[in-house]
Design a protein around this ligand. Structure first.
Ligand code: DGL
Length: 249
């Protein structure tokens, strides 16, 4: 049985945990929500690196075989540093799904929704650089999305108005693929899809991240599929949001 540590600024990373469980249902999971420091979106790189280091140490004390950085913002700010400082620990991070969007678009325009930290990170900028000569890439911060999810407001008039405001510039630009570049956003997917309407595909990289995690465990010879399954949820702040979203799963 593999020990898998997963962290995010809050409950968003549970959208990655959900996919991991489908592929690896018999592992021991540790999920850490850094609620006391949420959101990460506007924090400095140094701040996020400090938090990522603290959480990594915590997982290593528990004997984690692998750490999944289930947060695009933390991946952008800290994963390179973590790999440098903990060379024996495998880290899997989030990758905004620009590639499948760019390959699939029919209008030639894709939209990326993410936090400010992710959009200005070199990881994303490099990925964008690979595709922007072939497709137009429109970007927008999902303003207020993280806060909605943490409050458990996943649908209804408030969610609809908030989502519409950030999605509109992307749809107006002609995007027919919307990349969810923040792990909180998949919890708003029904609203996002309703506003997008038919003909627009919403892309979440979480299933690919789960496949990559399984691949790394296999490469490292970590036995999986033996069981028993368990999950430990921890929060550095108010765990109410975490419990609320976890129940939905
Ligand atoms: N879930 C996060 C991400 O994927 C963090 C959002 C935030 O804390 O601002 O970027």
């Amino acid at each position: 049985m593999a020990k898998i540590g997963i962290f995010d600024s809050g409950s968003g990373g549970l959208s990655v945990f959900r996919e991991l469980r489908k592929l690896l249902p018999l592992e021991q999971y540790f999920y850490f929500a850094d609620n006391a420091h949420c959101p990460y979106g506007e924090k400095t790189q140094l701040y996020i690196q400090r938090r990522a280091r603290f959480i990594t140490e915590h997982f290593l004390e528990k004997g984690a075989d692998i750490i999944v950085v289930a947060c695009n913002t933390a991946t952008a700010a800290a994963i390179a540093k973590l790999r440098q400082e903990y060379p024996d620990t495998p880290f899997v991070g989030m990758e905004p799904a620009v590639k499948p969007a760019a390959l699939g678009t029919e209008t030639g325009v894709i939209g990326v929704l993410a936090t400010a930290g992710t959009l200005k990170g070199s990881k994303y900028l490099n990925t964008r650089g690979l595709y922007e000569s072939n497709v137009k890439i429109a970007e927008h911060v999902g303003q207020g999305f993280v806060e909605l999810v943490e409050r458990g407001v996943l649908d209804g008039p408030e969610a609809e108005a908030t989502v519409r405001a950030s999605l509109k510039p992307l749809l107006d630009a002609g995007a027919d693929r919307i990349v969810l570049g923040c792990t909180h956003y998949p919890f708003l997917r029904p609203v996002i899809e309703r506003i997008c309407g038919p003909g627009v595909e919403v892309i979440d990289p979480a299933p690919a991240v789960a496949r990559q995690t399984r691949r790394v465990l296999t490469e490292r010879g970590v036995p999986t599929g033996i069981g028993p399954y368990s999950v430990t949820l921890e929060s550095s702040g108010d765990p109410a949001a975490l419990n609320r979203i976890f129940k939905l799963l």
